[in-house]
Design a protein around this ligand. Structure first.
Ligand code: ADP
Length: 365
């Protein structure tokens, strides 16, 4: 399939400062692309470059096969939804939604039909006569989305649309947006600093840092095979354990030696590790460390560790131990008998490990 949005070698400078560096992205119709990264990494700037609200300093942006370099935002066949909603305070909800169509000269019957359709899709039929000031945050966000939906554009662009909502409403609206994407089959580009939002919404995720793409892939690829230490640490909560270890090859694979402050190092065997340097960073997610006896398999290796801290979290209990000079978190079942200050046998699933180079941070396996 031809890409609906293609960004090639895009650069963006403000004065002498490079904000975006050699950005390359291609997505297909129906994709939900999430741009995620810490504050200041350039997500909004990239979205604004796609929208044409910011001129680019190099490279190209192509929407549905057409080079957008000299095309103004209103002619790009896009619709944007902002964090601030940007509703007209003096207009009713209905007029806020239809105003753009009116400006574009859409006839009254079509305006009415689209308004009806979108109001029912977003379940705001009963709010059409109100002013934005008479709506809750979540309702305003629906109106802002309604205004985008009636355009039926080639691309929807969302800039942190949920960040003004409280935690519970965020989760509800997240589900709504996902449903909307599935119902419409529309193509969406969505900016957020929230890695959980990225994981739950995206078909494709772009992780950014300092204006550079760190990795692009499906949520599963990003989660299971992070390309470097930054992505490994940024995506996932609690974060992936990243432990400095020593490696040694022997007849049956590779031995991974992890130091401990309070005794002999623990040694885990990885049958399938590639050739590794003698010092690497081992990455293992909390859910891939279980209490011994609760995880089985050829690649599960057990070792006894001293428990530092026990953190009940409802459905799970997190247990923290000092390994390799780091606080290492294991996600255990809620009924665990783990106690702070007592030893506990843990099971490490070595089929799930990532290895990273300590200097470059790049993935090695
Ligand atoms: P994000 O959306 O990831 O939080 P932004 O795209 O808003 O990041 O900003 C990226 C970087 O560009 C930041 O360092 C910010 O300070 C800088 N920046 C944004 N807008 C301007 C501007 N108009 N002039 C100069 N620097 C800017």
């Amino acid at each position: 399939m031809a890409p609906i949005l293609e960004i090639r070698n895009l650069y963006k400078n403000y004065g002498a400062t490079e904000i975006l560096k050699d950005i390359n992205i291609a997505i297909e119709p129906g994709d939900f692309l999430v741009l995620v990264g810490p504050s200041g990494c350039g997500k909004s700037t990239l979205l604004n470059c796609i929208a044409g609200l910011e001129p680019i300093s190099g490279g190209t942006v192509t929407i549905d096969g057409r080079d957008m370099t000299n095309v103004s935002p209103k002619d790009r066949d896009i619709a944007m939804v902002f964090q601030s909603y940007a509703l007209y305070p003096t207009m009713s909800v209905a007029r806020n939604i239809t105003f753009g169509m009116k400006v574009r000269g859409v006839d009254a019957a079509t305006q009415a039909a689209k308004l009806k359709h979108v109001a029912s899709l977003l379940q705001i039929e009963q709010l059409l006569d109100r002013r934005p000031g008479q709506l809750s945050g979540g309702q305003r966000q629906r109106v802002a989305m309604g205004r985008a939906l009636v355009r039926d554009p080639k691309l929807f662009l969302f800039d942190e649309p949920l960040s003004n909502l409280d935690a519970k409403l965020r989760v509800e609206m997240r589900t709504e947006i996902k449903k909307l994407h599935q119902t419409l089959g529309a193509t969406m580009v969505y900016v957020t600093h929230d890695q959980i939002e990225a994981m739950t919404l995206a078909t494709q995720i772009v992780v950014m840092k300092g204006g550079v793409i760190q990795q692009m892939g499906s949520p599963a690829e990003i989660y299971n095979r992070p390309a470097n230490l930054f992505v490994a640490d940024f995506m996932g909560s609690p974060a992936m354990n990243l432990i400095p270890v020593r490696t040694r090859r022997n007849g049956e694979g590779t031995l991974i030696e992890i130091s401990r402050a309070d005794g002999e190092p623990i040694v885990l065997r990885d049958r399938k590790a590639p050739d590794l340097p003698s010092e690497v960073i081992l990455g293992l997610r909390p859910e891939d460390i279980a209490e011994a006896g609760f995880r089985a398999g050829e690649d599960v290796q057990e070792a006894t560790c001293l428990v530092d801290m026990v953190e009940p979290a409802g459905a799970d209990t997190y247990v923290v131990s000092q390994l390799g000079g780091r606080q290492v978190t294991a996600r255990l079942h809620a009924e665990t008998r783990a106690r702070a200050g007592a030893p506990l046998a843990l099971a490490f699933d070595m089929s799930k490990v990532s290895y990273f180079a300590p200097d470059s941070g790049k993935r090695l396996n």
